[in-house]
Design a protein around this ligand. Structure first.
Ligand code: TYM
Length: 328
């Protein structure tokens, strides 16, 4: 049986946090043995909102090093930078000519981002989901492991692929998203009704993968809790449910086990233990990260090899697309 193709990516903006890890990267690490994986640093998506050029360049390398430090194995998976492979913007343009303004205008992320930007919206931001569709479709992807906020974009990708295939013949495989049942939406530690986000103004809302131990302990200590004392995963306890989600994912213990462990115990003990779980989980990731950042050549080589492997597949798709559309 043919191996499944798996594609996903993260934007090199802000600081990578536990939401990104649990929602996306943790799935990726596990899926490396399930199929042929492509993990991209989606820098062209990053510039849909203004970025400082020097910082962006640094962030691209930081993110690549974090992929490796978190356990993405370049022997098993293809790691590459989106802007290095021009097939991505080329296919995005062709898909732009298939997508409709109406459907892009309905994307919830676009709507909330453009509200935040108070109308100062680039055409790139509007087209963002089309570029994402191009990323996925170029590799004839079966599965897209993401957090919950990206489901709508994967659905749009399916729709564009179906529309294109209908018009030009069976070119694209129709992909599906893959999310965790619990942890697909990790919430802010300060506002448990909002998702943990790289662009959160309140630094206490997120735990970043490169946060130092004392910073992590402090953030967990000041994390908001719910009324009552019980440590239970329940709808009326969004803050504690979120902390339980993080605890469960990083410790490997189920939520039920944790509820039992903390029966009759207070928030204080629970939070102290959680802080140590997070610190110990991130310690080896941070150590590997520091080491990888010192080996500049190694990172360059991983990205160059990844690019070659990615292009070998994406070129094939582009040839088919050009033929089908009647280009060139
Ligand atoms: P980005 O960089 O915003 O987010 C990267 C991944 O992290 C997940 N995520 C979360 N998961 C759980 N809880 C959270 N609080 C949380 N915050 C973020 C996101 O769902 C995502 O999986 N559009 C994508 C990047 C992209 C992409 C692609 C993804 C571009 N092309 C092709 C998959 C396939 C994004 O916004 O990433």
């Amino acid at each position: 049986m043919a191996q499944k193709r798996i594609f996903s990516g993260i934007k090199p903006t802000g600081r990578l946090h536990l939401g990104n890890y649990i929602g996306a990267i943790k799935q990726w690490v596990a899926m490396q043995n399930e199929g042929e994986c492509f993990f991209c640093i989606v820098d062209l998506h990053a510039i849909t909102v203004p970025q400082e050029p020097k910082i962006l360049k640094e962030k691209i390398r930081e993110l690549a090093a974090l992929y490796l430090a978190c356990g993405i194995d370049p022997e098993k998976s293809v790691i590459f930078v989106q802007s290095h492979n021009l097939d991505h913007p080329a296919l995005a343009w062709i898909l732009d000519c298939v997508a409709s303004m109406g459907q892009l205008g309905r994307m919830t992320q676009y709507k909330s981002k453009s509200e935040e930007l108070k109308g100062k919206v680039s055409v790139g931001l509007f087209n963002y989901p089309v570029l994402m569709a191009a990323d996925i479709l170029l590799y004839q992807t079966d599965l897209v492991p993401v957090g919950e906020d990206q489901i709508q974009h994967v659905e749009l990708t399916r729709d564009l692929a179906e529309r294109f295939n209908h018009r030009f013949g069976q070119i694209f495989k129709i992909p599906e998203h893959r999310i965790f049942k619990i942890g697909a939406r990790v919430m802010s530690l300060q506002h448990p009704e909002k998702k943990m986000s790289k662009s959160d103004d309140d630094p206490n809302g997120t735990i970043d993968l490169l946060d130092q131990p004392d910073e992590i302990r402090r953030k967990i200590k000041v994390a908001v809790t719910d009324s009552g004392r019980e440590i239970l995963f329940r709808e009326d306890k969004p803050a504690i449910s979120n902390l339980l989600t993080i605890y469960s994912h990083l410790s490997g213990k189920s939520v039920e086990e944790l509820e039992k462990k903390y029966q009759g115990k207070g928030y204080r003990e629970f939070k102290d233990d959680l802080a140590e779980v997070v610190v110990e989980f991130l310690r080896p990731i941070q150590q590997r990260y520091t080491q990888i950042r010192q080996e500049k050549k190694y990172l360059d080589q991983v990205l160059a090899t990844g690019l070659k492997k990615a292009q070998a597949i994406s070129r094939r798709t582009m040839n088919q697309v050009y033929q089908a559309v009647g280009l060139g």
